[in-house]
Design a protein around this ligand. Structure first.
Ligand SMILES: C[S@@+](CC[C@H](N)C(=O)[O-])C[C@H]1O[C@@H](n2cnc3c(N)ncnc32)[C@H](O)[C@@H]1O
Ligand SMILES: [Zn+2]
Length: 286
Protein backbone atom coordinates (compact mmCIF):
# COMPACT_ATOMS: atom_id res chain seq x y z
CA UNK A 1 0.00 0.00 0.00
CA UNK A 2 1.25 3.51 -0.85
CA UNK A 3 2.14 5.63 2.18
CA UNK A 4 -0.26 8.45 3.00
CA UNK A 5 0.93 12.01 2.32
CA UNK A 6 0.91 14.38 5.26
CA UNK A 7 1.62 18.08 5.56
CA UNK A 8 4.61 17.29 7.75
CA UNK A 9 8.29 17.49 6.91
CA UNK A 10 11.10 15.43 8.30
CA UNK A 11 12.81 17.19 11.24
CA UNK A 12 16.18 15.73 10.11
CA UNK A 13 16.30 16.47 6.37
CA UNK A 14 13.24 18.72 5.75
CA UNK A 15 11.79 16.50 2.99
CA UNK A 16 8.19 15.35 3.02
CA UNK A 17 7.11 12.97 5.79
CA UNK A 18 4.69 10.14 4.95
CA UNK A 19 2.45 8.18 7.24
CA UNK A 20 2.93 4.43 6.92
CA UNK A 21 -0.26 3.26 8.65
CA UNK A 22 0.43 -0.47 8.63
CA UNK A 23 3.79 0.09 10.36
CA UNK A 24 2.50 2.83 12.65
CA UNK A 25 5.25 5.23 11.69
CA UNK A 26 6.11 8.45 9.88
CA UNK A 27 8.90 8.20 7.32
CA UNK A 28 10.69 10.33 4.71
CA UNK A 29 12.35 9.28 1.42
CA UNK A 30 15.74 9.37 3.14
CA UNK A 31 14.46 6.66 5.51
CA UNK A 32 14.37 8.75 8.64
CA UNK A 33 11.56 7.11 10.61
CA UNK A 34 9.54 8.17 13.66
CA UNK A 35 7.36 5.67 15.51
CA UNK A 36 3.89 6.40 16.66
CA UNK A 37 3.72 5.88 20.44
CA UNK A 38 1.10 3.47 21.74
CA UNK A 39 -1.07 6.44 22.79
CA UNK A 40 -1.06 7.60 19.13
CA UNK A 41 1.26 10.62 19.16
CA UNK A 42 4.56 11.07 17.29
CA UNK A 43 7.65 12.67 18.78
CA UNK A 44 9.36 14.86 16.15
CA UNK A 45 11.52 16.75 18.62
CA UNK A 46 15.13 15.78 18.03
CA UNK A 47 16.97 15.18 21.30
CA UNK A 48 19.96 17.35 20.36
CA UNK A 49 17.56 20.26 19.67
CA UNK A 50 16.06 20.13 23.18
CA UNK A 51 17.22 22.71 25.71
CA UNK A 52 16.26 20.46 28.64
CA UNK A 53 15.36 16.81 29.15
CA UNK A 54 11.63 17.50 29.48
CA UNK A 55 10.87 20.87 27.89
CA UNK A 56 7.48 22.58 28.23
CA UNK A 57 4.87 22.10 30.93
CA UNK A 58 5.48 19.40 33.52
CA UNK A 59 3.17 16.47 34.21
CA UNK A 60 1.95 18.24 37.38
CA UNK A 61 1.03 21.42 35.44
CA UNK A 62 -0.69 19.43 32.71
CA UNK A 63 -2.79 17.37 35.12
CA UNK A 64 -3.80 20.49 37.10
CA UNK A 65 -4.80 22.24 33.87
CA UNK A 66 -6.87 19.28 32.76
CA UNK A 67 -8.78 19.20 36.08
CA UNK A 68 -9.31 22.97 36.08
CA UNK A 69 -10.50 23.13 32.47
CA UNK A 70 -12.83 20.15 32.96
CA UNK A 71 -14.82 22.30 35.43
CA UNK A 72 -15.76 24.66 32.59
CA UNK A 73 -14.13 27.86 33.89
CA UNK A 74 -12.70 28.66 30.43
CA UNK A 75 -15.62 27.30 28.41
CA UNK A 76 -16.73 30.80 27.29
CA UNK A 77 -13.23 31.29 25.78
CA UNK A 78 -13.45 27.97 23.96
CA UNK A 79 -16.99 28.77 22.71
CA UNK A 80 -15.84 32.14 21.37
CA UNK A 81 -12.84 30.51 19.63
CA UNK A 82 -15.19 28.04 17.95
CA UNK A 83 -17.53 30.85 16.85
CA UNK A 84 -14.57 32.82 15.49
CA UNK A 85 -13.17 29.88 13.51
CA UNK A 86 -16.61 29.04 12.06
CA UNK A 87 -17.25 32.67 11.09
CA UNK A 88 -13.85 32.95 9.38
CA UNK A 89 -14.26 29.87 7.20
CA UNK A 90 -17.82 30.91 6.38
CA UNK A 91 -16.52 34.32 5.28
CA UNK A 92 -14.00 32.74 2.87
CA UNK A 93 -16.56 30.08 1.82
CA UNK A 94 -14.15 27.22 2.58
CA UNK A 95 -13.83 24.18 4.78
CA UNK A 96 -10.42 23.96 6.45
CA UNK A 97 -8.34 21.12 5.00
CA UNK A 98 -5.78 21.22 7.78
CA UNK A 99 -5.96 22.84 11.21
CA UNK A 100 -3.27 23.03 13.91
CA UNK A 101 -3.50 23.85 17.61
CA UNK A 102 -0.04 25.21 18.38
CA UNK A 103 0.96 24.77 22.04
CA UNK A 104 -2.13 22.60 22.47
CA UNK A 105 -1.48 21.45 26.06
CA UNK A 106 -3.69 18.47 26.83
CA UNK A 107 -6.03 19.27 23.97
CA UNK A 108 -9.01 20.93 25.66
CA UNK A 109 -9.56 23.63 23.00
CA UNK A 110 -8.86 21.45 19.97
CA UNK A 111 -11.24 18.74 21.15
CA UNK A 112 -14.07 21.24 21.63
CA UNK A 113 -13.28 22.87 18.26
CA UNK A 114 -13.47 19.53 16.44
CA UNK A 115 -16.83 18.79 18.09
CA UNK A 116 -18.19 22.18 17.17
CA UNK A 117 -16.96 22.30 13.55
CA UNK A 118 -18.07 18.82 12.51
CA UNK A 119 -15.79 19.01 9.48
CA UNK A 120 -15.10 15.35 8.81
CA UNK A 121 -12.75 16.23 5.91
CA UNK A 122 -10.44 18.39 8.02
CA UNK A 123 -7.14 16.92 9.27
CA UNK A 124 -6.65 18.24 12.81
CA UNK A 125 -3.22 18.47 14.47
CA UNK A 126 -2.16 19.36 18.00
CA UNK A 127 1.47 20.27 18.70
CA UNK A 128 3.22 20.90 22.00
CA UNK A 129 6.79 20.70 23.23
CA UNK A 130 5.65 18.96 26.43
CA UNK A 131 5.58 15.20 26.03
CA UNK A 132 3.40 14.88 29.14
CA UNK A 133 0.79 17.18 27.57
CA UNK A 134 0.79 15.47 24.17
CA UNK A 135 0.67 12.01 25.74
CA UNK A 136 -2.42 12.96 27.72
CA UNK A 137 -4.03 14.61 24.69
CA UNK A 138 -3.52 11.58 22.49
CA UNK A 139 -4.75 9.18 25.17
CA UNK A 140 -8.01 11.07 25.51
CA UNK A 141 -8.70 12.48 22.05
CA UNK A 142 -8.34 10.12 19.10
CA UNK A 143 -9.81 12.50 16.52
CA UNK A 144 -6.59 14.49 15.95
CA UNK A 145 -2.92 13.85 15.13
CA UNK A 146 -0.76 14.74 18.13
CA UNK A 147 2.86 15.81 17.77
CA UNK A 148 5.69 16.63 20.18
CA UNK A 149 7.63 19.47 18.54
CA UNK A 150 8.78 23.05 18.99
CA UNK A 151 6.44 25.89 17.91
CA UNK A 152 9.46 27.93 16.86
CA UNK A 153 10.73 25.28 14.38
CA UNK A 154 7.72 23.19 13.51
CA UNK A 155 7.72 20.09 11.31
CA UNK A 156 4.93 21.53 9.08
CA UNK A 157 5.63 22.19 5.40
CA UNK A 158 5.44 25.70 3.93
CA UNK A 159 1.87 26.94 3.34
CA UNK A 160 0.34 23.65 4.43
CA UNK A 161 -2.20 24.85 7.02
CA UNK A 162 -5.68 26.32 6.57
CA UNK A 163 -5.83 27.42 10.18
CA UNK A 164 -3.70 27.75 13.30
CA UNK A 165 -4.97 28.21 16.85
CA UNK A 166 -2.73 29.43 19.66
CA UNK A 167 -4.15 29.71 23.17
CA UNK A 168 -1.93 31.21 25.89
CA UNK A 169 1.12 29.68 24.22
CA UNK A 170 4.46 30.98 23.01
CA UNK A 171 4.37 31.64 19.30
CA UNK A 172 6.60 32.79 16.47
CA UNK A 173 4.63 34.89 13.99
CA UNK A 174 7.06 34.35 11.11
CA UNK A 175 6.83 30.58 11.60
CA UNK A 176 3.02 30.86 11.52
CA UNK A 177 3.21 32.91 8.34
CA UNK A 178 5.43 30.23 6.77
CA UNK A 179 2.99 27.44 7.66
CA UNK A 180 -0.24 29.22 6.66
CA UNK A 181 -1.79 28.86 3.23
CA UNK A 182 -2.49 32.03 1.26
CA UNK A 183 -6.01 32.35 2.67
CA UNK A 184 -5.14 30.67 5.97
CA UNK A 185 -6.00 32.12 9.34
CA UNK A 186 -4.28 32.41 12.71
CA UNK A 187 -6.52 32.66 15.77
CA UNK A 188 -4.53 33.78 18.75
CA UNK A 189 -5.82 33.98 22.33
CA UNK A 190 -3.83 36.16 24.69
CA UNK A 191 -4.42 37.46 28.23
CA UNK A 192 -5.37 41.08 28.82
CA UNK A 193 -3.76 43.13 31.60
CA UNK A 194 -6.64 42.47 34.03
CA UNK A 195 -6.68 38.70 33.43
CA UNK A 196 -6.63 36.93 36.84
CA UNK A 197 -5.80 40.29 38.43
CA UNK A 198 -7.32 39.42 41.84
CA UNK A 199 -5.08 36.37 42.01
CA UNK A 200 -1.99 38.36 41.07
CA UNK A 201 -2.86 40.98 43.73
CA UNK A 202 -2.57 38.32 46.44
CA UNK A 203 0.58 36.64 45.23
CA UNK A 204 2.71 39.52 44.00
CA UNK A 205 3.84 42.46 46.18
CA UNK A 206 4.02 44.56 43.02
CA UNK A 207 2.20 43.80 39.81
CA UNK A 208 4.09 44.40 36.62
CA UNK A 209 1.74 45.68 33.94
CA UNK A 210 2.62 43.87 30.76
CA UNK A 211 2.47 45.55 27.41
CA UNK A 212 0.23 43.54 25.17
CA UNK A 213 0.74 45.70 22.09
CA UNK A 214 3.17 43.08 20.81
CA UNK A 215 0.12 40.97 19.98
CA UNK A 216 -1.18 43.66 17.68
CA UNK A 217 2.05 44.93 16.19
CA UNK A 218 5.17 43.02 15.19
CA UNK A 219 3.19 40.65 13.03
CA UNK A 220 5.93 39.53 10.62
CA UNK A 221 3.80 39.86 7.50
CA UNK A 222 0.47 38.84 8.99
CA UNK A 223 -2.27 41.41 9.45
CA UNK A 224 -4.95 41.78 12.11
CA UNK A 225 -8.45 41.10 10.83
CA UNK A 226 -10.23 41.53 14.16
CA UNK A 227 -9.70 41.43 17.91
CA UNK A 228 -12.45 40.57 20.36
CA UNK A 229 -12.31 40.77 24.14
CA UNK A 230 -13.93 38.06 26.24
CA UNK A 231 -14.26 38.99 29.92
CA UNK A 232 -16.22 37.57 32.85
CA UNK A 233 -15.84 36.75 36.53
CA UNK A 234 -15.51 33.28 38.01
CA UNK A 235 -15.78 32.19 41.63
CA UNK A 236 -13.07 29.77 42.63
CA UNK A 237 -13.07 27.44 45.61
CA UNK A 238 -9.78 26.69 47.32
CA UNK A 239 -9.30 23.48 45.34
CA UNK A 240 -9.84 25.33 42.02
CA UNK A 241 -7.43 28.02 43.11
CA UNK A 242 -4.70 25.48 43.81
CA UNK A 243 -5.21 23.95 40.35
CA UNK A 244 -5.14 27.35 38.68
CA UNK A 245 -1.95 28.26 40.47
CA UNK A 246 -0.31 24.96 39.59
CA UNK A 247 -1.17 25.18 35.91
CA UNK A 248 0.34 28.65 35.41
CA UNK A 249 3.93 29.85 35.64
CA UNK A 250 2.86 32.01 38.65
CA UNK A 251 3.30 29.11 41.06
CA UNK A 252 7.00 28.87 40.41
CA UNK A 253 7.60 32.61 40.74
CA UNK A 254 5.66 33.30 43.93
CA UNK A 255 7.29 33.76 47.35
CA UNK A 256 6.34 31.08 49.88
CA UNK A 257 4.49 33.49 52.26
CA UNK A 258 2.34 34.85 49.42
CA UNK A 259 1.57 31.35 48.25
CA UNK A 260 0.43 30.43 51.76
CA UNK A 261 -1.84 33.52 51.94
CA UNK A 262 -3.53 32.47 48.73
CA UNK A 263 -3.85 28.84 49.64
CA UNK A 264 -5.61 29.82 52.90
CA UNK A 265 -8.46 31.52 50.99
CA UNK A 266 -11.80 29.68 50.89
CA UNK A 267 -13.12 31.38 47.79
CA UNK A 268 -12.08 34.19 45.51
CA UNK A 269 -13.78 35.97 42.63
CA UNK A 270 -11.38 36.32 39.73
CA UNK A 271 -11.72 38.15 36.42
CA UNK A 272 -11.00 36.22 33.26
CA UNK A 273 -10.11 38.65 30.48
CA UNK A 274 -8.61 37.58 27.18
CA UNK A 275 -8.57 38.77 23.63
CA UNK A 276 -9.06 36.65 20.55
CA UNK A 277 -7.08 38.00 17.61
CA UNK A 278 -7.69 36.91 14.02
CA UNK A 279 -4.72 37.28 11.65
CA UNK A 280 -4.33 36.69 7.90
CA UNK A 281 -1.50 36.74 5.39
CA UNK A 282 -0.87 40.35 4.32
CA UNK A 283 -1.88 40.75 0.69
CA UNK A 284 1.04 40.29 -1.69
CA UNK A 285 3.46 39.26 1.07
CA UNK A 286 3.30 35.47 0.98
C1 LIG B 1 -0.16 28.11 29.16
S1 LIG B 1 -0.01 26.56 28.34
C2 LIG B 1 -1.39 26.58 27.23
C3 LIG B 1 -1.84 25.19 26.82
C4 LIG B 1 -3.19 25.15 26.07
N1 LIG B 1 -3.15 25.95 24.86
C5 LIG B 1 -4.29 25.65 26.97
O1 LIG B 1 -4.56 26.86 26.98
O2 LIG B 1 -4.85 24.82 27.68
C6 LIG B 1 1.38 26.82 27.27
C7 LIG B 1 1.76 25.57 26.50
O3 LIG B 1 2.81 25.89 25.59
C8 LIG B 1 3.73 24.81 25.59
N2 LIG B 1 5.03 25.33 25.08
C9 LIG B 1 5.94 26.12 25.71
N3 LIG B 1 6.98 26.39 24.88
C10 LIG B 1 6.72 25.75 23.70
C11 LIG B 1 7.42 25.63 22.47
N4 LIG B 1 8.59 26.25 22.27
N5 LIG B 1 6.87 24.89 21.49
C12 LIG B 1 5.67 24.25 21.68
N6 LIG B 1 4.97 24.33 22.83
C13 LIG B 1 5.48 25.07 23.84
C14 LIG B 1 3.74 24.31 27.02
O4 LIG B 1 4.25 22.99 27.13
C15 LIG B 1 2.26 24.43 27.37
O5 LIG B 1 1.55 23.25 27.08
ZN1 LIG C 1 14.41 12.78 6.56
Amino acid sequence: MKPKKSCLKCPVCDTELYVVEQMNLYKCDQNHAFDRAKEGYVNLLLSHKKKSKNPGDSQEMVVSRQSFLAKGFYEPISDEINKTVKAYFKSVAKTPETFLDLGCGEGYYLKRLIQSLEHAQTAYYGLDISKSAVKLASKNHKEAHWIVANSFFTPFSDHSLSGILSVFSPIDMSECKRMLKEDGVLIRVFPETNHLMQLKEVIYPEIKVKEYEQYLNDLEGLEVVSVKNVAYDITLKNEDLVQLLLMTPHFWRVKEENKIALLKMDTIVVTVSVSIGVYQQSKGRL
